[in-house]
Design a protein around this ligand. Structure first.
Ligand SMILES: CCCCCCCCCCCCCCCCCCCCCCCCC/C=C/C(=O)SCCNC(=O)CCNC(=O)[C@H](O)C(C)(C)COP(=O)(O)OP(=O)(O)OC[C@H]1O[C@@H](n2cnc3c(N)ncnc32)[C@H](O)[C@@H]1OP(=O)(O)O
Ligand SMILES: Cc1cc2nc3c(=O)[nH]c(=O)nc-3n(C[C@H](O)[C@H](O)[C@H](O)COP(=O)(O)OP(=O)(O)OC[C@H]3O[C@@H](n4cnc5c(N)ncnc54)[C@H](O)[C@@H]3O)c2cc1C
Length: 662
């Protein structure tokens, strides 16, 4: 962390005001003092590599140069990871240093994030032994190729075909239509030589559903596409410019039988298909990544909040009182309203991620013992939390950007890029609405079970309590608010269910009734997610080991989250809980009090995310607050400022002006 020398005096004053120990917060956030030390040590090692520093900001590079620079840095970064592992005999601690190096998205993201985990999760021990060492050591580079031009959400509709040929004991891969071309996989464009391809399995003309296959698509020496492979890059996007997303099509491309990942289902040599215990286990990598995305949302909210809060402490504009100097914009309550929810939400997502990670680990352990009872709950919870946290995080990043005024629009603030990357998670790994409807299926089943008085899984057991407690008066406490959100979810689940019943009574079949009720179903899933986020985060702060000073501030943040969402969704609460107009007025006042109470700790709280300047990569958010100096320094790096007169003057402007004289 930078020292306070040459620090902006406003930030020095802000840090002096802080009522808790920032290091204690950092250690709590990252797990322990040891974890903080190890993470920082690793970050230092990465940042010490001179070759990882960019000569000019990436925005000035062409699409091609940007990609090539991304690959260059990703390979160096990979060496640092390898060396760390060799020296310490363990993986580097969780960190976000890739953001300081690649800035956008690594062309290896899909290799590390989905290719390797799919082999580990979907391969037999023999397949793991064959592929994992090569993949983990980067002798081969892979991606996860599932989505096609025509189908992303509805994966049972994928059109890529894998036909088993028992004579040669091979699968023949084909993409018979344009819409069957794989489209989107990261790294596919020009980086990878292997991929997990998700395809429809056909044996003797019979379809057996979708399965994952490993295909080598490029020659390991020349990197040329193998015969029968058509592959390329899909072009510029809103973000993810260095992720190298690509397209892929096969024409009678043969792979050996052993290349079907067969942990869950098998194809024997003679073409006998052996069904797995649950075909949805094929979707396992997606569930894991959805859990991880909740953690990513914590990071993106923290990053944007750090930039915007520090900038708001440094930036002065207008007067609160005419007799006083221009105010720090952080002193405007409206600014606090925009920013503190981002700080609070980062903690909420972090706690939700840790909670989900535990659920995921438990279910994986149970699955290894062939016990699947808790898989539906994991799937339903991962779907809705991924959907809600990613959309909220995107909105929070955008709000932080807007809160920085004009300078937030500068690429050098890093807020535009951060928005593009954060908002992508609303779509990838399962489109928001589609995932919320998956959770709604689970909620409808849970509701039917509740009506029959059956015991429900922990994450939905509140439905039973709400059924019993619906007449209890509203309590203006955090616990009361958590219950309130559960009542809203209960009310929406019940209403959606009754709507389906109503349409069915009118003669519609279940599917049509479902579609007609689907706006309500999505809202029920959102309400369920909010109830989980509120409950999990409030429980986490109440059971935290923080000192009284820190605990007080963390509770304020958690209460801010609860109160913010109470006021945002007051209509729902009035409809489905026993909250009154008077309660809402009390909570509105409470919300304002919380903003005022958090204000002195705002800078300390974002310092507590411990995101280095290199990770923030922002003219507005650095630790020392040299905002204006950095804005000018970065502007001077523009290629247009490397020459006094640009050639366009002689080519276009001067002729135009001369023509105008005639
Ligand atoms: C300051 C903070 C700093 C902190 C710094 C510290 C660092 C720590 C940070 C923490 C970070 C954590 C890191 C963790 C690491 C992991 C994360 C790694 C990320 C890297 C990867 C990023 C990838 C980005 C690129 C994107 C890739 C992709 O997009 S890949 C393609 C994804 N595609 C999809 O998601 C497709 C969506 N569609 C589907 O999933 C399915 O089609 C469907 C689910 C929608 C429908 O399927 P289907 O039609 O088959 O099913 P039905 O609707 O008919 O349902 C039938 C029943 O099956 C049940 N079911 C469905 N799916 C599942 C499932 N997966 N599991 C279990 N059950 C399932 C369904 O519920 C039905 O059941 P019922 O019949 O109702 O009982
Ligand atoms: C940045 C990025 C990276 C990606 N990386 C990868 C990758 O590495 N590998 C990979 O395989 N894929 C990848 N994807 C693809 C991604 O997984 C899909 O785009 C995503 O699953 C959504 O599918 P879709 O594009 O088909 O959207 P669609 O399903 O076509 O969605 C369009 C609209 O239709 C609606 N809709 C669709 N179905 C329903 C339904 N049943 N009910 C109600 N509404 C519905 C949606 O809500 C949405 O509003 C990536 C995507 C992005 C944006």
């Amino acid at each position: 962390m930078s020292t306070e020398t040459k620090c902006n005096p406003d930030l020095v004053r802000e840090r002096a005001k802080c009522t808790f120990d920032v290091n204690e917060l950092i250690n709590l956030f990252y797990g322990s003092e040891k974890a903080t030390k190890e993470r920082r040590h690793f970050e230092d090692a990465v940042l010490a590599v001179k070759e990882l520093k960019d000569a000019i900001p990436e925005e000035y590079l062409s699409h091609k140069e940007r990609y090539e620079n991304g690959v260059r840095k990703a390979t160096i970064l990979r060496d640092v990871y390898r060396d760390y592992k060799a020296k310490h005999n363990r993986d580097p601690p969780p960190n976000q240093i890739t953001k300081a190096v690649i800035k956008d998205i690594s062309p290896f993201l899909l290799h590390n994030g989905m290719f390797v985990p799919t082999i580990a999760g979907q391969g037999t021990p023999e397949q793991q032994a064959e592929w994992l060492p090569k993949a983990e050591s980067m002798q081969i580079i892979g991606t996860y190729a599932q989505t096609e031009l025509g189908h992303g959400s509805f994966i049972r509709g994928l059109e890529t075909i894998a036909t088993y040929d028992p004579k040669t004991e091979e699968f023949v891969l084909n993409n018979p239509t344009l819409t069957s071309f794989k489209w989107w996989p990261g790294g596919l464009g020009s980086t990878v030589n292997h991929c997990v391809v998700v395809a429809q399995l056909y044996i003797n003309g019979k379809s057996h559903g979708i399965h994952p296959f490993i295909a080598q698509i490029r020659d390991l020496d020349t990197h040329k596409p193998l015969p029968g492979v058509k592959v390329g890059e899909i072009g510029p996007k809103m973000g993810f410019q260095t992720a190298n997303n690509g397209f892929l099509g096969f024409d009678n491309f043969r792979i050996p039988r052993k290349n079907m990942l067969m942990k869950n289902a098998q194809v024997l040599k003679d073409g006998t298909f052996v069904k797995g215990i649950n075909e949805k286990l094929t979707y396992g990598t997606m569930v894991m990544v959805r859990v991880g995305i909740v953690g990513d949302c914590s990071f993106y909210a923290a990053l944007a909040a750090t930039i915007a809060v520090r900038y708001s402490a440094v930036r002065h504009q207008s007067h609160i009182k005419a007799s006083e100097p221009e105010a720090q914009i952080l002193d405007y309550l409206t600014q606090q309203h925009k920013l503190f929810i981002a700080v609070a939400s980062s903690h909420v997502y972090r706690n939700a991620y840790l909670w989900m990670e535990k659920m995921y680990t438990n279910v994986m352990k149970e699955l290894s013992q062939d016990k699947q009872d808790n898989l539906p709950e994991l799937h339903a919870t991962a779907c809705c939390l991924k959907a809600v946290c990613s959309r909220d995080a995107g909105s929070l990043v955008e709000e932080c950007r807007l809160a920085c005024g004009g300078h937030g629009y500068m690429a050098s603030s890093n807020l535009p890029l951060t928005y593009g990357v954060t908002i992508a998670a609303v779509t990838y790994e399962g489109e928001r609405t589609v995932l919320l409807l998956q959770t709604a299926r689970y909620l409808m089943k849970a509701w039917m079970a509740a009506l029959k008085g059956k015991v429900l899984s922990p994450s939905v057991s509140y439905l039973l309590n709400s059924l019993k407690e619906s007449k209890k008066p509203w309590q203006n406490t955090p616990e009361g608010i958590v219950k309130g959100f559960q009542h809203v979810s209960f009310g929406k689940v019940k209403a959606a269910y009754e709507t389906i019943q109503k349409y069915m009574k009118q003669g519609k079949d279940y599917e049509d009734a479902w579609n007609l009720a689907s706006v309500q179903l999505v809202k029920a899933s959102e309400a369920h997610s909010r109830a989980i986020l509120c409950e999990v985060s409030w429980e986490a702060v109440c059971s935290s080991s923080a000192s009284p000073n820190l605990s007080r501030v963390l509770q304020q943040l958690a209460q801010l989250y609860l109160t913010y969402w109470t006021l945002e969704t007051s209509g729902d609460l009035l409809l489905y809980s026993n909250i009154t107009k008077d309660d809402l007025i009390i909570l509105r006042d409470k919300y304002e009090e919380l903003l005022v109470a958090i204000r002195p700790n705002a800078v300390g709280l974002v310092d507590g995310f411990d995101l280095r300047d290199e990770i923030l990569n922002s003219t507005l958010g650095s630790y020392d607050g040299r905002v204006y100096e950095r804005l000018m320094e970065e502007a001077l790096k523009s290629p247009l400022n490397q020459e006094t007169v640009n050639s366009s003057f002689h080519k276009y402007l001067k002729p135009m002006m001369e023509k105008a004289k005639l």
